[in-house]
Design a protein around this ligand. Structure first.
Ligand SMILES: *Cc1c(COP(=O)(O)O)cnc(C)c1O
Length: 453
């Protein structure tokens, strides 16, 4: 009754990323210029991003070729394993067949490295001299810092202040690879100084850190900005996960009835889910697609679908997405990550089209599920990934109660070895569930930008 692993040779690393836009029944609403509220042109994004990444952001092509150099680098850990969790099935007493796609084998320990590599690659060949970014829990900052060291480009990471203080090892990891890690809000940017002037103790948020990183890129011609989630090109780079899984299910002679992923900005979820949604949109097999988010930051389940800023300082383009308002800061007690105020516009659009569903879970259930998964399968999930595991358990238990043997696939987006403080709080019984901060959300939503239809 051991885990069964489905492995693919290097030659099976996808040759192209999958762009779901080509198969959707309606095009996603375009991003708008924050000043004029007109659709953005590629040229307007050039101060921020490498040109090839902008082209991918706006592309309607179904397949976008992965450069040979990037495929060779992905081969360091890809194709990642698809595992059948036989011991977990037994522990849950479920007739369901449970599979997990494990992204924790990457150098940075999560799926984020799938996009860090191509983003830095394109910047390198276009002559970028420095890269800025933000990081919350530190997974993205670590991935980008490692990729930047491989391509020898300096990297500056604005890290949300609470995480900066609570996660010294994440900072140490980024610095080991030469990244410069700055607690955000900082005194280095106008955006940061403005926040500190009103609240010197501000714990920071992803929205604030994005403002700082974007400001540095806009003000320096040789500097570009990279984002670890949310944008179309980031989701695109993550589709290697689902594309590989499709091939691995052929080896397993099985096919998922349900695909489950956790959602912060939506990239690992889209990475595993979009290729399966594409299969059914092109007339193939139908799969139920489930996104899982924290009840303390319930973007897809409780947010409003509206144009909003991607950051707190209102520097980014306006994008239509499920949002809690760009001023929203999740309660400090919430420790499981997935704290972004918005959602990837493509994931939001796919939900509006009725092609997926979403649900939220409380953090007590999340960490309990993470520990139970670890005991059965020997891998401690990142708290983010444990959200998906908690929803997987609900599905598996439903299968047991109804006596049906469904095939369930979950994206195990990373390991939790840098998140032991949170697991220790769980073990000590110090975690509380913090449901739907309704008041804070309506306050943040009242500041939504007004965009005429
Ligand atoms: C960053 C991260 C997430 C959340 O980001 P998405 O863009 O929604 O995938 C989930 N899991 C892990 C391990 C992460 O590092």
């Amino acid at each position: 009754m051991d885990t069964i692993k489905y492995l693919l040779p290097d030659s099976e690393i996808p040759k192209a990323w999958y762009n779901i836009v080509a198969d959707l029944p309606a095009p996603p609403p375009p991003p708008l210029h924050p000043g004029t509220a007109q659709p953005l042109s590629a040229a307007e994004l050039e101060p921020l991003f490498a040109k090839e990444l902008i082209a991918q952001e706006m592309s309607g092509e179904r397949e976008i070729e992965i450069p040979r150099e990037v495929r060779q680098m992905l081969a360091q850990w890809r194709p990642s394993p698809l595992c059948r969790a036989r011991r977990l099935e037994k522990a849950l007493g479920t007739p369901a067949r449970i599979y997990y796609k494990y992204e924790g084998t990457s150098p940075s320990g999560s799926h984020k490295f799938n996009t860090a590599l191509p983003q830095v690659f394109y910047n390198k060949i276009e002559g970028t001299r420095r890269i800025t970014t933000e990081t919350g829990a530190g997974q993205w900052g670590s991935a980008l810092s490692i990729a930047c060291s491989m391509f020898e480009i300096p990297c500056e990471i604005f890290m949300v202040r609470v995480s900066f203080s609570q996660k010294p090892y994440r900072k140490a990891l980024m610095e080991t690879f030469g990244g410069r890690c700055i607690a955000s809000p900082s005194r280095e940017t106008e955006a940061g100084r403005a926040i500190l002037a009103t609240d010197p103790e501000c714990p920071g948020s992803l929205g604030i850190a994005i403002s700082e990183a974007v400001e540095v890129a806009v003000k320096n011609a040789d500097t570009k900005y990279c984002l670890g989630s949310v944008l179309n090109h980031v989701l695109l780079h993550q589709t290697v996960i689902g594309l590989e899984a499709l091939r691995q299910f052929e080896l397993a002679e099985d096919y998922p009835d349900v695909v489950i992923g956790c959602t912060g900005g939506g990239s690992n979820f889209a990475g595993i889910a979009f290729p399966f949604i594409g299969e059914s949109l092109r007339g193939g097999r139908k799969t139920r697609i489930v996104a899982v988010e924290p009840s303390a930051c319930p973007t897809l389940t409780k947010g409003r679908y509206a144009y909003d800023f991607g950051d707190t300082g209102k520097l980014t383009p306006l994008v239509k997405m499920h949002t809690l308002g760009s001023a929203f800061i999740p309660p400090a007690i919430h420790t499981g990550g997935l704290r972004y105020h918005g959602m990837a516009p493509l994931v939001s659009h796919v939900q509006e089209l009725g092609l997926m569903e979403s649900r939220s879970v409380g953090q007590k259930a999340v960490f309990a599920a993470g520990v139970q998964f670890a005991k059965a399968e020997g891998i401690l999930p990142a708290p983010e990934a444990a959200h998906a595991i908690a929803a997987l358990f609900e599905e598996a238990i439903l299968c047991r109660e109804q006596g049906v043997a469904k095939t369930l696939l979950v994206n195990l987006s990373g390991h939790g070895h840098f998140d032991m403080t949170s697991y220790m709080k769980h073990v000590a019984g110090e975690l509380e569930d913090y449901d739907y901060p309704g008041e804070e959300i309506s306050m943040a939503l009242s500041g939504l930008p007004v965009v005429s239809a």
